[in-house]
Design a protein around this ligand. Structure first.
Ligand code: ZN
Length: 183
């Protein structure tokens, strides 16, 4: 199947699977906006040369958030893409604090593709903190999130200077926006 067709099929599957999900921010954007932003970041970072990476980015939260199985992803998009998705899927049977620690501890061992998706994912989340923060997130919680995202990304550097620059800029802006809100 042609790469463009495969990418669009993944975008379509993501739209269906996440149809009822909204982002946590005040604007409650459709969750698909997040998936498209992450996919667009990795597409630009690789000059559009890695369709499998873009597809994995579109599907990166499907197993974790909406209960799609690894087998479903593998069946529709192949074992390689399913493998990347599983690398960026947290084990939801663990408590949240433990999952957060594991992301820091495990990122350096992950594949280049998984590291790139993590970088783009955290960049998208930090952009939301500036543009449309969750109303119930205190200033401290936002700062803690930025700090944690930086710890995760510190373990995954070396895969894409461009993506890392996007992340660093998003982290700076998130901190600046939190300080604006605090005064
Ligand atoms: Zn995500």
């Amino acid at each position: 199947m042609n790469d463009l067709v495969r990418v669009m099929k993944a975008a379509d599957a993501a739209a269906c699977w996440h149809v009822d999900q909204r982002r946590k921010g005040a604007a409650q954007e459709p969750y698909l906006n997040h998936l498209l932003e992450v996919a667009s970041l990795v597409a630009e970072a690789t000059g559009g040369r890695e369709p499998d990476l873009v597809i994995a980015a579109l599907l990166h939260d499907a197993v974790e958030d909406v209960g799609v199985t690894e087998e479903q992803v593998a069946q529709q998009f192949g074992a390689r893409i399913a493998g990347i998705v599983m690398e960026v899927t947290d084990d939801k049977s663990l408590p949240k604090a433990e999952r957060k620690l594991r992301q820091v501890a495990s990122t350096s061992h992950k594949s280049r593709e998984a590291k790139m998706i993590k970088l783009a994912d955290k960049t998208s989340n930090l952009r939301t903190i500036s543009a449309s923060p969750a109303p119930d997130w205190s200033v401290q919680r936002r700062l803690d999130y930025v700090q944690w995202a930086r710890e995760v990304v510190a373990q995954g550097r070396g895969v894409s200077p461009w993506l890392e620059a996007q992340f660093d800029a998003a982290a700076e802006r998130a901190i600046a926006s939190v300080s604006d809100h605090a005064v």
